[in-house]
Design a protein around this ligand. Structure first.
Ligand code: ADP
Length: 628
């Protein structure tokens, strides 16, 4: 018989696993029990609509058998089984696992314990076994197959005999060493406790023949009886009462079910009756999965109908802005035979989804209020999603998200919510001010910011591309409009100051027009600035597209060749010595004034974090001045 090689990826993973110094080798049992339970789920689901399956719920079971003499542990199920192709595809490759991709992408060293971190299912058996056999018969097929492997040289598949559909996995345990006593895995007490620890909620009975020793009379040999016992309590955790459960119970379930290695930030366990009846157990993870910000990430909750799994990732239960939430929803209102398409229309499902969204929002609001540090940590990981949510929903998600988003600000440089900002607004302050820039440091260098700070107004720092787009969609918060410090009219001055500025603007109108003509392809207006304190110039935008938005939109790959342009104005500070110089030039040397207009524009670009359009011309102009 020909031995087949494992796929290259699988082989590398296997090597790592076998040689890993992983301390929790025991999780192999949980992995194969979960697989068995999934296989039963599939056949049980079929049996509900297809009487030819011939099994009732009570007939389904997972059976463990221990053989101390031969050092084996066997786990059998009467689930859906595998065809020859399934065996080849499922056990010959680990393409689905994602763990290796993660390791590669993040360039982690060999000693990183990815097994412990992700759980690699079936392959974990090779941490404790020197040989594994899988005898299986797919439901509906009349052929059985035996898969065999020592995890190193590859595997063989041969035809075999098996009466019923299902799978039997036998592990031939490795020899004991100084440090590792593999024989404990065929010890009944050890196995009982592992099942309790990791697989208690499995909804099908996990049966095992258990020996009991009875001491009857002194001096007499004890009596040993054997009995088949069910090792797990079988009630899914979400069906239990909250007061029966500890945080550890919740966390263990999460770690196992959702293959994370860090406990979640928090969980939400809710039971509902009324318009929609359902139990939900939701988790907010502490870290983002490696593919979270890629298009490969699939959001969704596991959906059960009266304890039967009907969908692994039901996307309709979660809005995009809460796509990081993991969990389980179990409702008796849903029909078992419901198709994906029908599910999308389902009224009950919509009500459940709305309720879940509310619970998640409430939980996060509570965390923000009661445990700021925890919230900020969470926010660092997933907060960006909220701003995208506001933007992409065209504001529909405003009410849900407006009090969950945060920005850094000029006030102590910390994260602030909009509520906090508004509560600190000065008397007479009409707007929520914000400034865009790559970093907090860069923003703090913007010329426009000085005067606002002098007024005692707080400025929000928009350092993420999505920030400004999100608030453009929000329009206002609590009736207060947002204002960019690059806006033409910042509304900072008193009536008197405004009058004076207007006068000065009028007086120099001709000069400004002259300057604008020198750079007419770049700016629409040249004018006096009312928002500068010590800096000579700045740019401001007059239209709907701000300078920051121009930057972001033009950096998007799909925007090639179709550049967006903000309507820009070059503003000159009348209190800066340069202003007097400009006036002199206008009277005496108009040619030089043209060069000054260009230079001032280029300087303003640099300050905004934009690049100079013609660096050679810029350098020549400077040199011209330097050698004058
Ligand atoms: P995962 O469970 O994460 O998909 P595994 O390596 O544990 O990864 O299993 C790979 C696949 O092998 C499973 O998805 C399933 O299709 C199949 N499989 C494993 N164990 C069984 C079983 N007892 N019965 C039927 N199919 C199984």
């Amino acid at each position: 018989m020909q031995t087949k090689e494992f796929k290259a990826e699988s082989k590398r993973l296997l090597d790592m696993m076998i040689n890993s110094i992983y301390t929790h080798k025991e999780i192999f049992l949980r992995e194969i029990i979960s697989n068995a339970s999934d296989a039963i789920d599939k056949l049980y689901f079929k049996s509900l609509t297809d009487t030819s399956v011939g099994l009732n719920k009570d007939d389904f079971a997972i059976t463990i058998a221990l053989d101390k003499d031969n050092r084996t542990i066997t786990v059998s199920d009467n689930g859906i089984g595998m065809t020859e192709d399934d065996l080849e595809n499922n056990l010959g490759t680990i393409a689905q696992s994602g763990s290796l991709a993660f390791k590669k992408e993040n360039d982690l060293g060999e000693d990183v314990d990815i097994i412990g971190q992700f759980g690699v299912g079936f392959y974990s058996t090779f941490m404790v076994a020197k040989e594994v056999t899988v005898l299986t018969k797919a439901y509906g097929s009349d052929k059985a197959y035996l898969w065999k492997s020592n995890g190193v040289d590859g595997y063989t598949i041969e035809e075999s005999e098996k009466a019923e559909a299902g799978t039997t996995i036998t592990l031939y345990l490795k020899d004991d060493t100084e440090d590792e006593k593999y024989s404990t895995y065929c010890d009944q007490y050890q196995v009982q406790s592992l099942v309790k620890k990791y697989s208690d909620y499995i909804r099908f009975p996990i049966k095992m023949e258990v020996e009991h020793t009875h001491y009857t009379e002194e001096g007499k040999d004890p009596e040993v009886t054997k009995e088949i016992e069910v090792l797990n309590s079988m009630t899914p955790i979400w069906k239990k009462n909250k007061n029966e459960l500890t945080d550890e119970d919740y966390n263990n379930f999460y770690l196992e079910k959702f293959m994370d290695y860090e406990p979640p930030v928090t969980h939400i366990h809710s039971k509902n009756e009324g318009i929609a009846t359902y139990d939900a157990l939701l988790y907010i993870p502490a870290r983002a999965p490696f593919d979270y910000y890629s298009k490969d990430y699939e959001k969704g909750l596991q959906l059960y109908s009266s304890g039967v799994l009907i969908m692994d990732k039901c996307a309709d239960l979660l809005p995009d802005w809460f796509s990081f939430v993991k969990g389980v929803v179990d409702s008796e209102d849903l029909s078992l035979n419901i198709s994906r398409e029908m599910l999308q229309q389902d009224r009950q499902l919509k009500i459940i989804a709305k309720n879940l969204e509310k619970s998640i929002k409430n939980e996060l609001t509570k965390m923000l209020k009661n445990d700021r540090e925890k919230y900020e940590k969470f926010y660092d990981v997933f907060g960006l999603q909220f701003k995208f949510g506001i933007y992409q929903s065209y504001g529909a998600a405003n009410d849900t998200l407006k009090d969950l988003i945060m920005f850094k600000s000029s006030f102590e440089g910390k994260n602030v919510t909009l509520k906090e900002y508004v509560s600190r607004m000065k008397e007479g302050q009409e707007h929520i001010y914000y400034a865009c820039g790559e970093t907090k440091e860069r923003i703090e260098m913007l010329p426009q910011i000085e005067k606002i700070k002098d007024k005692g107004y707080e400025v929000l720092y928009f350092t993420q591309d999505v920030d400004e787009f999100a608030i453009k969609v929000m329009i206002n918060y609590d009736g207060k409009t947002f204002k960019s410090i690059s806006d033409a009219d910042l509304d900072l001055d008193t009536e008197e100051e405004k009058e004076e500025a207007k006068k000065l603007d009028e007086e120099n109108k001709d000069m400004f027009t002259f300057m604008q003509e020198a750079i007419s392809d770049k700016v629409k207006t040249v004018r006096l600035s009312k928002k500068l304190k010590s800096h000579p110039v700045c740019l401001s935008s007059d239209g709907n597209i701000t300078i920051e938005m121009e930057k972001v939109l033009n950096s998007m790959p799909q925007n090639d060749g179709n550049k967006v342009k903000a309507e820009k104005a070059l503003e000159i500070n009348p209190n800066h010595p340069i202003f007097e110089k400009l006036k002199t030039l206008y009277a005496q040397d108009k040619d030089t004034l043209k060069d000054y207009a260009k230079l001032l524009y280029d300087q303003a670009l640099l300050i905004e974090g934009l690049s100079v359009e013609n660096p050679v011309e810029f350098a020549n102009l400077i040199c011209g001045l330097m050698t004058k």
